[in-house]
Design a binder for this molecule. Structure first.
Ligand code: GAP
Length: 459
């Protein structure tokens, strides 16, 4: 299991999908950068999400709210008082560790809603069985809860931010709630309707775990759906079904997905499920789908003093809309897509590593090669082809190394098609197109190439 993660992590570095942040300075804990191919896959995931959630939905509109928001928003949302993880420090090596994760190592499962006293009691009862994952000792401090919001010094003068601390947003949905009225007043939406956005969120996560699974800076894809209170559960079921199908459409195998129902709901929630993916380290959350009642708009009404209730134009009924939420992570979806795509095959006694991305998620759609790089006629013809194809597809031109090595490189990037211009191409005006998955090659006339790829990429 750990082995397969290592293989994916090493491919990500080797082929430019993901790098540790600030690597030349020794890295920066739990923060990662997307490299040239990673950013293409992440963008493709976001495009698919936006298409499914906004473009194809008459009842959902998009938004891009700012990362900095009025500090009161985080009080209204409950993040300032409640958004905290239980931590203990190892007295031997000073590592600060999530207590719920330490307890998990001995199969004791703490509820994240427990207060400091409750979790301290469970931890004290089990302390001697637990070892520090860094130094192996078992000498810990008491548990402290630690706020996950990242404070920011916004403002020109120290007194600006000492008076009222500002934060980098801890989740994107708050920007949706506080713009709900603007959207209602400026567009033609009527309840039921949704607002969707993709954007960065920041959390002081304590433990960096499992590569990009839990990071301190990450991107969320969130959609909040505003409904009549009587329709909350009906719309909730529809949203669950819709979101499940999204992952299947991304090419994720259904047997690698499962539902997790939350047993301990927060007091205002009606229902909460996670969609989990079977990562090499077990089933873990990809997305949360929650029925949140009228909590969010009621809280913002209370804290802002603005009435966020809704009046139905036909029935004149006035009510506080209920919200159902779909909240997914770009990084986790990306990680799941990588795990699904990673394939090793035996080819003529050698291991071929190939990323079998669905075509719509592949970072490079077509690679174009001249057979050799020291024949200008071949290079020029291949370049001409590349210049034409790149107008419609993300393409790569590569002329260095043996053709076999170039194929293997594109296999690891996950490029569905490689086009080679060879000596016959000069006479017959055709090329070889090699398919990533079957490795079969076929000759295609250059004049037919555009139609050929249109057909391949329309499926
Ligand atoms: N608005 C609800 C919300 O933020 P969440 O369960 O805290 O709920 C939703 O986060 C999704 O965001 C998760 O399912 C996960 O995909 C992603 N996510 C949350 N914290 C993350 C982190 N530290 N690193 C990467 N992704 C994260």
């Amino acid at each position: 299991m750990e082995d397969s993660i290592q293989k994916i992590v090493s491919l990500c570095k080797r082929r430019g999908f993901v790098f540790s942040s600030s690597e030349i300075y020794g890295g920066f804990a739990a923060i990662y950068d997307y490299g040239p191919y990673g950013v293409e896959v992440a963008n493709a995931i976001k495009r698919e999400w936006w298409k499914a959630m906004v473009q194809l939905r008459e009842d959902i509109v998009g938004l891009d709210s700012s990362i900095f928001m009025h500090p009161k928003i985080w009080e209204a949302s409950g993040h300032v008082s409640g958004f905290s993880d239980p931590l203990a420090e190892c007295k031997n090596c000073n590592a600060r560790l999530r207590v719920d994760h330490l307890l998990e190592t001995i199969e004791v499962f703490a509820d994240e809603k427990m207060d400091e006293e409750e979790i301290n009691k469970i931890f004290a009862e089990n302390k001697e069985k637990i070892k520090c994952p860094h130094c192996g000792k078992n000498d810990f401090t008491d548990v402290k809860k630690f706020n996950l919001l990242v404070k920011a010094n916004l403002g020109n003068f120290a007194e600006d931010w000492t008076k009222e601390p500002t934060y980098l947003r801890g989740e994107t949905c708050q920007g949706i709630y506080v713009n709900y009225k603007n959207v209602l007043d400026s567009t033609r939406v009527k309840i039921p309707f949704g607002i969707a956005q993709i954007g960065k969120a920041f959390r002081n996560e304590i433990t960096a775990r499992q590569f990009i699974f839990r990071t301190r800076e990450f991107e969320q894809m969130e959609m909040q759906y505003f409904v009549h209170p009587d329709k909350e559960m009906e719309e909730y079921e529809k949203l669950k079904d819709f979101r499940w199908r999204f992952y299947l459409d991304l090419g994720i195998k259904e047997e690698n997905l499962r539902w997790l129902q939350h047993e301990n709901l927060v007091f205002y929630a009606k229902e909460a499920y996670d969609i989990e993916y079977q990562f090499p380290f077990g089933f873990k959350e990809l997305e949360g789908i929650h029925a949140r009642s009228d909590y969010d708009l009621s809280q913002h009404t209370k804290f802002s003093g603005q009435d966020l209730s809704y009046t139905d134009q036909v029935s004149k009924e006035n009510y506080m809309p209920h919200i159902i939420e779909s909240s997914a992570g770009v990084g986790r979806t990306f990680f799941a897509v990588l795990c699904e795509a990673y394939t090793e095959e035996e080819v003529k006694g050698e291991t071929r590593v190939v990323m079998k991305f669905p075509k719509k998620l592949a970072p490079i759609k077509i690679a174009v090669f001249p057979l050799v790089k020291n024949k200008p006629e071949l290079v020029d013809k291949a370049r001409e082809l590349y210049n034409k194809l790149k107008m419609s597809y993300m393409c790569e031109f590569d002329s260095s190394g043996s053709i076999g090595r170039r194929y293997r490189r594109q296999d690891e990037i996950g490029t569905p098609y490689c086009v080679t211009v060879d000596f016959d191409s000069l006479e017959a005006d055709d090329v070889t197109v090699r398919d990533r998955d079957s490795m079969k090659q076929e000759r295609i006339k250059i004049e037919e190439l555009e139609t050929y790829f249109q057909e391949k990429y329309s499926k």
